[in-house]
Design a protein around this ligand. Structure first.
Ligand code: NAD
Length: 261
C-alpha cells in the first residue's frame, strides 16, 4: 500500500471493524485520513488516527450532505488525489432491531436507515471517484442478513440488500475508469453497532458453534481481506461480496451433534 492514500469512514473506537482495517492498511504503508461522527467519538478517533501517523481527522455525519462535501474539500486541501475509501457506516433505531420486521418498522426509520446505511455509500462514491485519477478501490461492509433472514436484523437486512445492489451498480458504472467497488460480508463482531441488535450474543454463540472454522471473526481477519480488496492484489476483482465469516454462509443446517445433544 506504499504510496496509496485512503479515507477510512466508520471508526467509533478500537473495536470498530474500520479500525481493524485501518491498522492493517497502515502496517502495509498506506497513508490514511479518518472521519468521525460527532465530537464525543472524535475524542476517541483522533488519538487512534495519530497512533497510525494520521493527522487528517475530519467530522462527518452522512445524514448531512454538506458535511460529506466538507470531508472531500478538506482532503483536497491536503491530498492531490485518492486511491481508496472504506465505508463502514451503519445505523438503525435500536428499538426496531428486535421483534417482527413487519410489525415494528416505521416509514421514518426505514428511510433513515436506508440513507445512512446504504445511500451514503453512493454519495461517497460519487465524490471519491472524481478524485481517483489513477483508478481506485471502494469498499463497504455488509452482513449475511441481506440475503437470509436473521432474527432481529430486520430493516438493517433490507438496507444491506440495497447496499449490496448499489455496490454492484457502482462497480459497473465506475469500472471503465479503473475504479473497483466491492463489499466484505463480515460475520458477527462485538462492536457498538453490533450490540444494537437484539440477542446479538445468541447469534454470536450460534455462529461460533456452526461455522466451519468454529470461531467468529476478528477485526484483524477483516483487515486482511480488506487489504487484499483495496490493494493491487485484487486488480481483477470488482462487484464482489467477499465473505469473512468463518464460512458460516455455506452452512444450511445446525450440526447434528449439537441438535442431538
Ligand atoms: P461501529 O459501531 O464500530 O461502527 C459503525 C460506525 O457507523 C460508527 O463509527 C458510527 O459513528 C458510524 N455512523 C453511524 N451513523 C452515522 C452517520 N449518520 N454519519 C456518519 N457515521 C455514522 O460498528 P461496526 O460493527 O464496526 O460497523 C461497521 C460496519 O460493519 C457497519 O456497516 C455494520 O453494519 C457492518 N457490519 C458489522 C458487523 C458486526 O457484527 N459488527 C457484521 C457485518 C457488517
Amino acid at each position: 500500500m506504499q504510496g496509496k492514500r485512503g479515507l477510512i469512514m466508520g471508526v467509533a473506537n478500537d473495536h470498530s471493524i474500520a479500525w481493524g482495517i485501518a491498522k492493517t492498511l497502515a502496517q502495509h504503508g498506506a497513508e490514511l485520513a479518518f472521519t468521525y461522527q460527532g465530537e464525543a467519538l472524535g475524542k476517541r478517533v483522533a488519538p487512534l488516527a495519530q497512533s497510525l501517523g494520521s493527522e487528517l481527522v475530519i467530522p462527518c455525519d452522512v445524514e448531512d450532505i454538506a458535511s460529506v462535501d466538507a470531508v472531500f474539500e478538506t482532503l483536497d486541501r491536503t491530498w492531490d488525489g485518492l486511491d481508496f475509501v472504506v465505508h463502514a457506516i451503519g445505523f438503525s433505531d435500536k428499538s426496531q432491531l428486535k421483534g417482527s420486521y413487519v410489525d415494528v418498522t416505521t416509514r421514518e426509520n426505514f428511510s433513515r436507515t436506508m440513507v445512512i446505511s446504504c445511500f451514503s455509500f453512493t454519495e461517497i462514491a460519487q465524490r471519491a471517484a472524481k478524485r481517483m485519477r489513477n483508478g481506485g478501490s471502494l469498499l463497504t461492509l455488509t452482513y449475511g442478513g441481506s440475503t437470509r433472514v436473521m432474527p432481529n436484523y430486520n430493516v438493517m437486512g433490507v438496507a444491506k440488500a440495497a447496499l449490496e445492489a448499489s455496490m454492484r451498480y457502482i462497480a459497473s458504472d465506475l469500472g471503465p475508469k479503473g475504479i473497483r467497488c466491492n463489499a466484505i460480508s463480515a460475520g458477527p463482531v462485538r462492536t457498538l453497532a453490533g450490540a444494537g441488535i437484539s440477542d446479538a450474543r445468541l447469534m454470536f454463540t450460534y455462529q461460533k458453534a456452526h461455522a466451519p472454522l468454529r470461531r467468529t471473526v476478528t477485526i484483524e481477519d477483516i483487515g486482511g481481506s480488506a487489504l487484499y480488496l483495496l490493494s493491487d492484489l485484487s486488480n481483477g476483482v470488482t462487484g464482489e461480496i467477499h465473505y469473512v465469516d468463518s464460512g458460516y454462509n455455506i452452512i444450511s443446517m445446525p450440526r447434528p451433534d449439537v441438535l442431538k445433544a
